[in-house]
Design a protein around this ligand. Sequence first.
Ligand code: GLU
Length: 469
Amino acid sequence: MTVRVRFAPSPTGMFHVGGARSALQNWIFAKQQGGVFVLRIEDTDAARNRPEWTEGILSALDWIGIARGSYEGPYFQSSYAGEHRAAAQRLYEGGRAYYCDCTREDVQARTGPQQRGYDGFCRDRGLEPGEGRALRFRTPDEGETVVVDLVRGEPTFENKLIEDFVIARGDGSPVFLLANVVDDMSMGITHVIRAEEHLPNTPKQQLLWDALGVKPPIWAHVPVVVNEKRQKLSKRRDKVALEAYRDEGYLADAMRNYLMLLGWAPSGDREIVPWSVIEEEFRLDEVNPSPAFFDEKKLRAFNGDYIRALPMEDFVEACRPWLTGTETIAPPPWQPDEFDPAAFAAVAPLAQTRIAVLSEIVPNVDFLFLADPLIDEAAWAKAMKEGAADLLDAAIVAFEALESWDAESLKATLEAVGAERGLKLGKAQAPVRVAVTGRTVGLPLFESLEVLGRDRTLTRLRAARVRLV
Ligand code: GLU
């Protein structure tokens, strides 16, 4: 039997990191089993779907290594509406489902607010199909439904506690629960790997598989992803969109490594491992069923490590989208013709060790490409205290006299200027740094001045001095 798995996102918003995690787990499982990964876009909720979100899913998958063309699909659930209806009809004709005309108020009036779910009122009324009548599945009164789950063992549900749930609405349209089963069935899915939030649906879905006469798949409900308050990661409250991480400058390799650690760890005391190791070692039955904490701080640190491990050329290449701007990444503050690749290459090694996400490259290097630095006023106020004017005057004179404009000489010069005023180097640097780069923090100052060059450095120091008059 060929293993066939599917990833079945609904295109109702940005692509959630939890979804990306499930996609990767499906992808690896299929690969390990010599199986097939199917992508199915569950686009039946017409009111909430948007084509650009489907495109977002495809490109985000591509970004984390599930490349277009390397999987089966995408299939679109909406194309199979006929099959969903036919399955509902089959269940009705076989006596496994019945029509019901109860409103929610009717049910509540009969059962009171305490009872959860439907009371079975129309079970034996023999209602014909008709406008406004929902089709309900007749759940067995006895026995239990045992779900075989690679992550959770064998969750067992008593059938009598499962209500007669709706499989097609009053307008005849099949609900998600049924459509999802029918598609899995016709696509020959053998393993359903998906988020824990779908576990409550699973006994109902398994009953549908049984009723439609097909052996159910093996399930794996992977843990829900939570924030630091142990709340389920939500798009309203938390940063969940994979695209947002991508555009902030997380590396795809760092991201997918981190995502795979949500509920699982490779052997040994390691977290940062090559993708090939994850592909080899990952086991669904080793996934911890408890909620997995999405720790953004840790992800950031991870990303910093990944950035530092890049060969220099790759780092320069990886920075490019932030140096030019793209459709989704804002352009930098300088004009394209102000950018100087040689100057960038000269400071790139200094930046590589200091940034945790690639977008941070821009504020670190903008002083090199802008005609005038972007002055951060708070930084200015902090650095340009008493004595700053005198220090700048002395620095200008000393720098003008320098024979060789290199980091070492610049440092020795400013050190001497500071010492004459009883200032340690750090204190002496602050006004110079703000005058030249506009900020109090950034790349090592003297290397920056060397790359910026004598004329531009002196021009900026003089301009700052004028402002202090
Ligand atoms: N379309 C469902 C979702 O986005 C997935 C259901 C499933 O994986 O079975 O949550």
